[in-house]
Design a protein around this ligand. Sequence first.
Ligand code: SAM
Length: 453
Amino acid sequence: MTAQGKMVTLDVTDLAFDGKSVAHLDGKVVFLKGGLPGETVEAEIVRSKPRYDQGVVRRIIKKSELRIDARCSHFEHCGGCTWQDLKYEQQLSYKQKQVADCLERLGGFDTVEVKEIMGVDDPFWYRNKMEFSFHVAEDESMCLGLHERGHFDRIFDLEKCYLQSELSNEIVAWVRQFVTSHNIPAYDVKTHDGYMRFLVIRQGVRTDQTMVNLVTNLGAFPSSEMLVEHMTGAFPQITTIIHNQTGKLSNVAVGEIEDVLYGPGYIEEKLFDCRFRIRANSFFQTNSLQAERLYGVAFDMLQPEPTDRVLDLYCGAGTIGILLADRVDRVVGVELVEDAVTAARENAALNGIENISFHQGHVRDYLKSQRNGEEKFSALIIDPPRAGLHPKAVKRIIEMQPEKLLYISCNPSTFARDAKSFGQAGYDLPAVQPVDMFPHTMHIELVGRFFRN
Ligand SMILES: C[S@@+](CC[C@H](N)C(=O)[O-])C[C@H]1O[C@@H](n2cnc3c(N)ncnc32)[C@H](O)[C@@H]1O
């Protein structure tokens, strides 16, 4: 008989990969929204499937020793953080365990060493970029903030977020006040009327430069000169202000028409000895300090040599290749997004790097085009999106037989799937190194080096 709709008492035993907690009911797994290991909870079963049930914790009967008070007053309903109420050391150990579970369950590996996950020094204030949405509430009032957990179309008015910086919180409050007092209407995602869509704040944590990017519906920004004068008067730390217009219905904070209202139109960030120019729409790792650790580990594993020819697949704005270029013979980066490739070329020039080139297009197509290519690569670096590698890309990489194969992943389950294919083709994976880029969230980054045997 289905348990759907029932209220049940459950003991939470584990945390699942997607931020849910795990319990068992009559021998069946239950994935729960809410709850921490060691807790007894009263939960409602909201969905019953043949192999598992889904539930929502309605009341905690016995609290876990791992539970702490979340610092943020918005935590209960904000879609940003999942585990602010779990001690940071425990977040790390669950992430580490999830990597080991994925490798074993999905990759069939039982001998890969999962090195101790690299945590951050301060699990707050780590983001260099945040997107805030404007919204028309049910009572027609305007709010500016973040998404409610589980609701793509509901935004709450943000008072304070602990993930970016105090300056970012102050800018949010200031922009909300400016827009309200000048009667500039917020965009309504349902009717597509209105003007203000997003406020994006980017900060160079090593350079103290700050970008404010206002993303709106189509049309010139009303009183933009006054906005710039007042905003830079209130916040001299702001180094550039951008206006992006978009007429697209999709709810993404990217514009088709960009006007620089103030400053150079970009900020810079430093990683190791290189400078990177970050524009409003270009990709950059969101946690600068931890990105250095991730890349540091990746380069230690890769062991680059002056004769290496490196293929940097899914290269984004070219960060990895640019940081590596002076230690190898040559780097080719491949990236789908045109803006990212433009940024990559600009950043290579900015750092005086000449032995790097970038190719814009699908990795799969590039690999196909190289089938009879002249270029032989001794080292491949792969850093794909969460979906991991396309089977044809895996096949082609195996055919290329690179001596050094380094895989950076933001999804241990697709990493385990792809690693299994490399393993079957004769590559050994002695160890992986998880790195925590996003404390309080369920996201896990890891890096592994495959050795051809
Ligand atoms: C996780 S990011 C890696 C960025 C970069 N390696 C870095 O460290 O900054 C993945 C990148 O892959 C790009 N991408 C996604 N699908 C792609 C495809 N099929 N072919 C080429 N690039 C793709 C995305 O635009 C994104 O820049």
